[in-house]
Design a protein around this ligand. Structure first.
Ligand SMILES: [Zn+2]
Length: 290
């Protein structure tokens, strides 16, 4: 059976070897706060694996391909840095990896639109994971709007980080008002948006999110946010043609269990809930033009 994980994150060695030092030097305070957290028992919330570590996790989980998601950096230079790294990863493993390019409109209109065009030319298959609310710009920012328009023209779907309004607080959590995502979907009808983390369950509380055919959803970080019943609750409202399987590797999705963060646990959970992962892979292939 074909499984595609549409939401994983990797970082270059210089960040992996000392995340706090790298993040501090490069002024990515929000990332440092989120990614270097430890749980009460002292275990880190996530690992910093190499590309080989990701491939191993894919093999263990029976995942054929993963889609690398960029981080929602606060500075354009760091977006460009990660995009260069992802281009190298995909070049080394074209049969296993695809990637989204990340951006920050603070780079200005010319550079931002050039980044989107070059992402298309270099074979990136989308933009993201972006988070206007965490990156410090308004969804109505004019440069961001031009980028969203161009993404639609170039058939690059956009992955957006979404938090659940009623979700539990954690250090570094930034509220992402759900009306902003509906506004984006309505304003840029030619652009497809993937709302990460089940879109904060937006479709379960607002029919408009189901009716907006350019809104898609992924399951990234699901076990940290919801119980296994989320799969059935979500699919009761949203068809599989609008849902992508995503893990948010290398987050430790099952902190209670021993061992390294992996993807296999979430594959197992989805299967136990009767999810047709092949159908979700087909959605991903269609939407990302893989
Ligand atoms: Zn996210």
């Amino acid at each position: 059976m074909r499984i595609i994980d549409a939401h994983v994150h990797l970082y270059p060695d210089e960040a992996n070897s000392d995340p706090v030092a790298w993040g501090t030097t490069n002024l990515e305070t929000h990332w440092v706060q989120l990614c270097t957290r430890r749980r009460k028992d002292g275990r880190p919330v996530q690992a910093f694996p190499s590309v080989e570590g990701l491939i191993r996790a894919m093999d263990e989980a029976g995942v054929e391909r993963t889609v690398l998601q960029g981080w929602y950096w606060q500075f354009p230079e760091n977006c460009a840095w990660q995009n260069r790294f992802y281009a190298r990863c995909v070049k080394e493993h074209p049969d296993r990896l695809s990637a989204f390019a990340t951006l920050h409109p603070g780079a200005g209109r010319g550079q931002t639109l050039a980044l989107v065009r070059s992402a298309r030319e270099q074979g990136f298959c989308g933009l993201g994971e972006l988070s206007p609310h965490s990156q410090g710009f308004d969804v109505a920012d004019p440069v961001f709007q031009s980028a969203m328009e161009l993404a639609g023209e170039l058939h690059l779907p956009v992955n957006l980080h979404v938090t659940e309004p009623q979700g539990r607080p954690y250090p570094g959590r930034v509220d992402t008002p759900l009306r902003d995502f509906l506004w984006l979907a309505r304003t840029f009808r030619g652009t497809n948006f993937i709302l990460a983390h089940w879109g904060g369950c937006l479709p379960l509380r607002d029919e408009e999110a189901v009716e907006a055919m350019n809104l898609f959803f992924d399951s990234a970080a699901s076990p940290l946010l919801y119980g296994p019943d989320i799969w059935r609750r979500f699919f009761a409202v949203v068809p599989p043609e609008r849902v992508l399987f995503g893990s948010d590797f290398p987050l430790d999705l099952y902190p209670g269990s021993e061992g390294e963060p992996g993807i296999a646990g979430l594959v197992r959970e989805a299967r136990e809930q009767g999810v047709d992962l092949e159908a979700l892979a087909a959605t991903t292939v269609r939407l990302l033009h893989l």
